[in-house]
Design a protein around this ligand. Structure first.
Ligand code: FES
Length: 151
């Protein structure tokens, strides 16, 4: 693919596949957005690198499968975010259920995720163009970045 064609399609080169596999987690800034690229069990993922909750550094989080979904666990307060969609999962009980059994629920998409593609051993990220506000957007803006730096 020609360089012009890539940028026209919004694809940003982020590194060679081999290097990103070896690194497992890579931090990149794309169009002023700080992104975490993760390689896990043969698949690449990309998401905003600061946790939507209070700006925790997701690159230091463990990855676990929860309710059939791979999640990164924010090291700060242990929120669980799915790698694929950025949904926040939590365990809760329904008080109407007797006896209440703890189950996993979703708070919905809280962390913005981005698309990763490969071409000839090179990896590209396309930023999400979802026009809706996603909570992790806050820590990508000026105010959020200042607040995060103070924490
Ligand atoms: Fe991530 Fe609170 S900052 S769980």
């Amino acid at each position: 693919m020609e360089e012009n064609e890539q940028s026209a399609r919004g694809l940003h080169f982020v590194g060679k596949k081999d290097e990103l596999i070896e690194a497992k987690r890579s931090f990149r800034t794309i169009e002023d957005r700080d992104i975490l690229i993760i390689y896990h069990q043969g698949v690449f993922y990309a998401m905003d690198s600061y946790c939507y909750h209070a700006g925790g550094m997701l690159n230091n989080g463990d990855i676990e499968e929860i309710n059939g979904k791979l999640c990164i666990i924010c090291p700060k307060h242990k929120y669980k975010l799915t790698l694929a969609k950025g949904e926040c999962l939590y365990k809760g009980t329904n008080p109407k259920e007797k006896p209440p059994v703890p189950r996993w629920y979703s708070k919905g998409v809280k962390q913005r995720t981005h698309t990763v593609t490969e071409n000839n051993g090179e990896i590209y990220v396309k930023l999400s163009d979802d026009p809706d506000w996603i909570e992790s957007d806050y820590y990508q803006g000026e105010k959020g970045k200042i607040e995060r730096a103070k924490a």
